[in-house]
Design a protein around this ligand. Structure first.
Ligand code: DAH
Length: 332
């Protein structure tokens, strides 16, 4: 059989092959080591005269390469066709869903509860100035109370824009400066909630991080009292934990409130846990925002979101929140 005839036959066979198995059959028929039609011709070359070798040799070897290529291409074509085929009856691929971070869960729960009792949610800057973070909150420079907040100060050039009174910049050590910022631009009565990220320059351990989250609350009006605070905060905690709780108020000191209290809660069967600082807004704070101190009064409170999450979910170490370890977040 001559080369040209084999070429025509083989091409037809390859064209007709409609799966990988059929391709293999064609390959064996022409190129099979034992009895392939083209293989046999190649094998017989060695017995041919020099002249015949020249005549057949080149063509036969070229055809071998060509057929291999054609089969290769056909196989490729068949496999991409298969990929493109859409079987609409197949079950869908499951998309791996991520998890909300536990602090995101807690943040949302807190916002929802306070929104439901008419608090406005307010946002504020993480980069603060000394005036709003300290001075206006009745924490003057050189006052020992400043030691309560270890601060990340920001390096800066001296300001020449007439804003000297705001002092240096820092990463806010608490969400309380938003009390000032809100009162500077709003008239009472109002009640606000300020969730946000806060920073402290301190050594980390199981209950301290250099970066954590707080929630600030502030309610101001002509006759807001500590009794209103107790009602609001006890309503919140009962909803948040979904259980009856015991509450304990202890006198405490924070420069921006007078009187100041700390609140402890006890879950059924548990021990007392300190959850927040609070108090009646100090009149120096009202002075700083130019409110008439005889006409308004209000309560303020601040709590650590991380701490609430630790209590609610039984998390033993605050550093886990910021570890980026999926084995931790996947549990929520
Ligand atoms: N800002 C305080 C802190 O970070 C917490 C706090 C205490 C906030 C008493 C308040 C408050 O609004 O009245 O330690």
């Amino acid at each position: 059989m001559d080369i040209e005839t084999i070429r025509e036959k083989a091409k037809n066979d390859i064209r007709d092959a409609n799966d990988a198995q059929a391709c293999e059959v064609v390959r064996v028929r022409y190129l099979g080591r034992k009895d392939g039609e083209l293989t046999n011709i190649l094998k017989s070359l060695k017995d041919m005269s020099l002249e015949e070798k020249r005549k057949f040799g080149v063509g036969a070897n070229e055809l071998k390469i060509e057929l291999n290529e054609l089969i290769e291409n056909k196989l490729k074509e068949l496999s991409t066709k298969k990929e493109r085929h859409l079987d609409v009856t197949k079950p869908g691929k499951k998309v791996a869903l991520g998890h909300l971070h536990p602090l995101t869960h807690i943040d949302k729960q807190i916002r929802d509860i306070f929104s439901s009792i008419n608090f406005t949610i307010v946002d504020g800057p993480e980069l603060e100035d000394e005036y709003h973070n300290f001075d206006a909150l009745n924490i003057p420079a050189d006052h020992p109370a400043r030691d309560m907040w270890d601060t990340f100060w920001i390096k800066q050039k001296t300001k020449e824009d007439g804003n000297k009174h705001i002092g240096k910049f820092l990463m806010r050590t608490h969400t309380s400066p938003m009390q000032i910022r809100y009162m500077e631009t709003h008239k009472p009565p109002f009640q606000i909630l300020v969730p946000g990220r806060t920073f402290r320059y301190e050594a980390t351990d199981a209950s301290h991080e250099i970066n954590f989250y707080q929630v600030e609350g502030l309610m101001v009006g002509p006759d807001v009292t500590l009794a209103n605070f107790k009602f609001v905060i006890e309503t919140f905690f009962k909803k948040f934990f979904g259980k009856e709780l015991e509450f304990r108020y202890r006198p405490s000191y924070f420069p921006f409130v007078e009187p100041g209290v700390e609140l402890d809660i006890r879950l059924p069967g548990g021990k007392w846990l300190e959850v927040m600082g609070a108090g009646m807004v100090h009149r120096n704070v009202f002075d700083a925002v130019k409110y008439e101190r005889r006409e308004v009064q209000g309560f303020a409170f601040g709590m650590g979101l991380d701490r609430l999450a630790m209590i609610k979910y039984g998390i033993p170490d605050i550093r886990l929140f910021y570890s980026g370890d999926a084995r931790f977040t996947e549990q929520f």
